[in-house]
Write a protein that binds this ligand. Structure first.
Ligand code: 13P
Ligand code: SF4
Length: 380
């Protein structure tokens, strides 16, 4: 493996033509045996080689529909795990750098979620909606269920937990539809347990017309407030994204002061006050479309990761696209995917070796796919 220095707080993407040529040559040799997927937060020197780009939902669909022998996932670990679960055993999913994780996904682990689940079932007198023997059993009329919903940004064992217990995965592009489904399944007196991103959970519940009183937060480090939890409809895990929590209402006010008429779009991982102050909110793919559809001459402030914002600004020369936080770092884990690593994994595939393969254990994959397939069916 090459030794490359990976600055975490710079968008200086000094690309080496050598890496570019190596990637192009390996890709040419592999032909349609390989598909490269690139999340919108990847640096330009990766995106230029991607066969498909998108948000986490779109990339999961592309992986599920692909017949390529190998999928090279340029994104973070939970995305590659989902791609492995959604592809056949004959296909391999590899990451250029397997250390590229997601700090938000790491904020919820299986033992903590299981402990929370058991306490909620007992203290709030709720039922478990399903078992592995009968994973799709509908909620019985009149019964109150606890339905687990995990954000795509979570490890495969949490998706398996959710699949086993009759729940579902969501992404930032389909959270409202998925939560509607979960609430119906929970029954009138039931609840939804949503993890790990409290902001996506809160922003979606409020946009669906629920009130603050309907929402409680579960922090595994604190003693539960059972009054709050008992009266809530949504129990949100105390997780957050360190990139998106940097955006503030003051940044939006400053932009609008300097550019009257400026449009603002924020990712729903941002704090509720930021999403409320913005003109629109949506997944990275929705942000891309919002900018594409904005009128010529528009100034658009975006609350999301810097590589996507910079790329949109360069792509739409008739518009000015700026990051709400001028000092924003890139997502340091997305940035761990360097073209040198992409060249390495592609050249290994040319040599008939699969390196950095992501393999989700069979038992976990079998339960996780229930939750992923429910999401795909709801979002069809
Ligand atoms: P999207 O599904 O909107 O691409 O979001 C993924 C993510 O990690 C945002 O921080
Ligand atoms: Fe995870 Fe935040 Fe990076 Fe998205 S931007 S991959 S949520 S750390």
């Amino acid at each position: 493996m090459h030794s490359v220095s990976l600055p975490t707080c710079s968008i200086d993407d000094a690309d080496s033509d050598l890496y570019r040529q190596r990637i192009i040559a390996a890709k040419k040799q592999l032909g349609d045996k390989v598909m490269i997927l690139g999340h919108h937060y990847q640096r330009d020197s990766i995106i230029e080689h991607a066969d498909e780009t998108g948000d986490s939902f779109l990339l999961a669909r592309k992986a599920a529909d692909s017949s390529a022998e190998s999928i090279v996932f340029c994104g973070v670990h939970f995305m590659a795990e989902s791609a492995d679960i959604l592809t056949s055993d004959k296909q391999s999913v590899v990451m250029p750098n397997i250390r590229a994780g997601c700090s938000m996904a790491d904020m919820a682990d299986l033992p903590d979620v299981e402990a929370c689940w058991n306490e909620l079932l007992n203290e709030c007198q709720l039922n478990d909606p399903a078992t592995r023997e009968n994973p799709d059993s509908p909620a019985l009329k009149g019964e109150a269920y606890l339905v687990p919903v995990t954000y795509m940004n979570s490890s495969a064992d949490l998706k398996a937990f959710v699949g086993y217990h009759g729940g579902v995965v969501c992404t930032s592009s389909n959270a409202a539809g998925v939560l509607e489904w979960a609430l119906e399944r929970a029954g009138e007196n039931g609840k939804v347990l949503f993890f790990p991103d409290q902001h996506l959970g809160r922003n979606t519940a409020l946009a669906m017309g629920y009130q603050d009183d309907d929402i409680a937060v579960w922090n595994p480090m604190l003693k539960p407030d059972w009054n709050d939890l008992n009266s809530s409809k949504f129990v949100l895990w105390h997780g957050y994204c360190s990139v998106h929590q940097r955006f503030t209402v003051e940044q939006i006010d400053d932009l609008r002061k300097e550019n009257p008429g400026a449009l603002v779009i924020a990712h729903p991982e941002c704090d509720r006050a930021v999403v409320d102050a913005a003109d629109a909110s949506g997944s990275t793919e929705m942000i891309r479309r919002y900018v594409a559809d904005a009128p010529s001459g528009a100034v658009i402030g975006v609350g999301t990761e810097i590589h996507l914002v910079k790329r949109l600004n360069a792509q739409y020369l008739d518009k000015t696209v700026v990051c709400l936080d001028p000092g924003l770092c890139p997502c340091s884990t997305m940035y761990m995917i360097h073209p040198a690593f992409l060249a390495d994994v592609l050249e290994s595939l040319v040599a008939g070796e699969i390196t950095n393969q992501i393999v989700v254990p069979k038992q976990i994959a079998e339960d996780a796919i229930l939750a992923l397939n429910r999401m795909l069916a709801i979002t069809a």
